[in-house]
Ligand binder design. Structure first.
Ligand code: G3P
Length: 216
């Protein structure tokens, strides 16, 4: 299972990269806006940290032509750029063209299994169901992931499933049990995954007991 980090914050990306647990980065316009920095230098800094790992950057155009133009420009920033395209009919048309140009795509804002099926048929590299936002409206987001994974397996689609809009460690656990290809995780949740109170208590106890060992 691959872990992407869901942030545009270089400090968080560096910390997660140094932990050795991340395989890529995803961003969106909201995450970029939080950094309050010029877009291009921000992305250049992130790319320097992650050394060729995939990074998803989102287009803002709503029409196919605009999406394609933006995608081409973004893709020029490096081989590791994955272009995030919203799950719309215009977006599907853009994905088809970008696939032919070997530009990697991540279909974003996926909320139903049939949307995922369309994205896979269009040839998207990645498909991103947003599970936290479904949970927010009392629909079990993880059910969507399970359905998408089953559909992709049934037909051998090459698109990878990125479980997105993750809010807590249980989301990561459930995604792993289902066998999703990727979880894109906020930094705070990556830290939560590493923590356990019994680990902390165990370390304290070992250190206390070690003090009792006679030393010359
Ligand atoms: O990966 C998608 C993610 O950035 C959206 O998360 O918490 O805004 O639903 P959230």
């Amino acid at each position: 299972m691959k872990f992407f980090i869901d942030t545009a914050n270089p400090g968080e990306i560096r910390k997660a990269y140094e932990m050795g647990v991340i395989d890529g980065v995803t961003t969106n316009p909201t995450l970029i806006s939080k950094e309050n920095r010029d877009f291009i230098p921000l992305i250049e800094e992130i790319c320097e940290i992650i050394q060729g790992l995939p990074i998803s950057l989102e287009v803002l155009s709503l029409k196919t032509e605009g999406m394609i133009e933006e995608a081409r420009n973004l893709a020029e920033m490096g081989d590791n750029i994955v272009v995030k395209i919203p799950m719309t009919i215009e977006g599907l048309k853009a994905i088809k063209v970008l696939v032919a140009e070997r530009i990697k795509t991540n279909t974003t804002l996926v909320f139903s299994p049939t949307q995922a099926l369309l994205a896979a048929k269009a040839g998207a590299t990645y498909v991103s169901p947003f599970i936290g936002r479904l949970d927010d409206i009392s629909q079990t987001g993880m059910d969507l992931v399970a359905q998408i994974v089953t559909i992709f397996k049934n037909y051998g689609f090459g698109s990878k499933v990125i479980v997105a809009s993750i809010r807590h460690p249980i989301h990561v656990l459930e995604a792993a049990l289902i066998g999703a290809d990727v979880a894109t995780i906020p930094y705070k949740v990556i830290e939560q995954l590493a923590q356990h109170p019994l680990t902390d208590i165990g370390i304290e106890r070992f250190l206390a007991d070690w003090k009792k060992v006679p030393k010359k």
